[in-house]
Write a protein that binds this ligand. Structure first.
Ligand code: AMP
Length: 405
């Protein structure tokens, strides 16, 4: 059974076709600059395990429908790249959709009600929900009769109890506008939490863990007996950990302070906190690899940025250990979490008194791209590196929904 996974951004389309019998990726691609006078499509096909075909071309993609059409030619009809012989070889389509508030806790087959819900949440996902709805409607035209499933980034977080999700501002802002914590990266956290359960050999509904997603965006989840009970991002992806260019948690009054004392507009402050802050705001760089290289040359601001970044993750681990009241494992994932030995070491060092004992040799000896245990055998809380795979999780959830229909 082949599942096409689609992830529409404001001006991009990422896709992957997965054979769910073998979990092999048959092809993947990225269309960029949709809507611009000139766009780009880069596609890779894997027609056999030892063969790879990569093609790219520049052309205009007026909308997501045109982008999907171009991708579909490479997937199913271009003799150089095709991995299926007809559109009918695609059994289902899984769409990543950012926001459905707390309406859906599970993936759903897309119908008019689901589309109306996606539209209703444009206000909370203004950059993502609109293009994702366009992508869904384009796929309906291109793949008529193929079941389409929405996998929501917020679904895994819909179980967070009210006391953890509600902001201490007048409650009417929640009832009128939906202002509360929703969190993001939900599909990644869900995948990693389930994988953690299988790695430690416990049923998911008996596994409690902390998932630490450290990439360009960073977030953490507390998962108690297979149910998410807290997440570090909030109404928007700005809250929580320090990130590449986002500040994470700050005193909310800084907003008013900057408006009053610097005369900054709402848009300017939003831009400052989302695009000019975080690691970049402290040391001028937002890629951890560059920051480590600068640290190694004695750059004090790069050193400060890493210390701040790791301290914030450590604080959240402490908070989530308290929230969970019993934790089997901590799992690091995404670009930094999977690859950055120094960050993992700095985060976990000094946590022995709360049951987290990292093994330095295991941490530095980890194998890239593989599940690795990096805690000592006597650590009450195990620590793992678990590579994330959001596309596979979307495809898996798509299959389960389609199969249950
Ligand atoms: P992601 O959003 O998961 O793709 O992660 C992207 C980020 O991961 C990049 O901006 C880098 O900061 C970081 N990253 C990727 N590879 C490494 C590495 N080998 N060491 C440290 N950080 C890395």
């Amino acid at each position: 059974m082949n599942v096409l996974v689609l992830n529409c951004g404001s001006s991009s389309l990422k896709y992957q076709l997965i054979d769910m019998n073998t979990q092999e990726v048959l092809c993947s691609g990225l269309v960029e600059r949709i809507g611009d006078p000139m766009g780009k499509i880069a596609h890779k096909s894997f027609p056999g395990s030892d063969k790879q075909k990569a093609v790219s071309s520049e052309e205009a993609f007026p909308d997501h429908g045109a982008a999907l059409k171009a991708a579909n030619v490479l997937i199913s009809s271009n003799p150089e790249t095709k991995v299926v012989s007809a559109v009918s070889d695609i059994a289902a389509i899984g769409h990543r959709v950012l926001h459905a508030g707390t309406v859906y806790r599970e993936p759903v087959v897309i119908d008019t009600d689901v589309k109306a819900t996606i539209r209703k949440f444009f206000i909370l996902g203004p950059l993502h929900n609109p293009p994702q709805l366009i992508g869904i409607e384009a796929a309906e035209v291109l793949y008529p009769g193929v079941p389409q499933v929405a996998v929501f980034d917020t679904a895994f977080h819909a179980t967070i109890p009210d006391y953890a999700a509600t902001y201490a501002i007048p409650y009417s802002y929640y009832t009128e506008l939906g202002v509360r914590r929703y969190g993001f990266h939900g599909t990644s956290h869900w995948y990693v939490a389930k994988k953690t359960a299988s790695v430690i050999g416990k049923p998911f509904d008996k596994t409690s863990c902390i998932t630490v997603h450290l990439g360009n965006g960073c977030s953490m989840d507390a998962v108690k007996n297979g149910v998410c009970v807290d997440t570090s991002m909030g109404l928007t992806p700005l809250q929580g950990l320090m990130m590449g260019t986002r500040s994470g948690d700050i005193d909310a009054s800084i907003y008013a302070f900057l408006a009053k004392n610097k005369g900054m507009s709402v848009e300017e402050i939003d831009n400052l906190l989302n695009k000019q802050s975080g690691l970049k705001g402290i040391c001028g760089m937002n890629d951890m690899r560059d920051i480590h290289a600068a640290r190694a040359k004695g750059d004090k601001m790069a050193q400060l940025a890493v210390e701040m970044f790791c301290y914030r993750v450590k604080q959240y681990i402490g908070a989530y250990l308290a929230a969970l009241d019993g934790c089997d494992a901590i799992a690091f994932t995404a670009g930094i979490g999977e690859n950055d030995t120094d960050v993992r070491q700095m985060v976990c060092e000094g946590l022995g008194s709360v049951g987290v004992k990292i093994d330095k040799d295991r941490n530095y000896g980890f194998k890239r791209g593989e599940v690795c245990k990096i805690s000592s055998d006597d650590s009450p809380v195990a620590v793992y590196v678990i590579p994330t795979n959001e596309e596979l999780e979307i495809a898996t959830q798509t299959v389960s929904v389609v199969a249950s229909k």
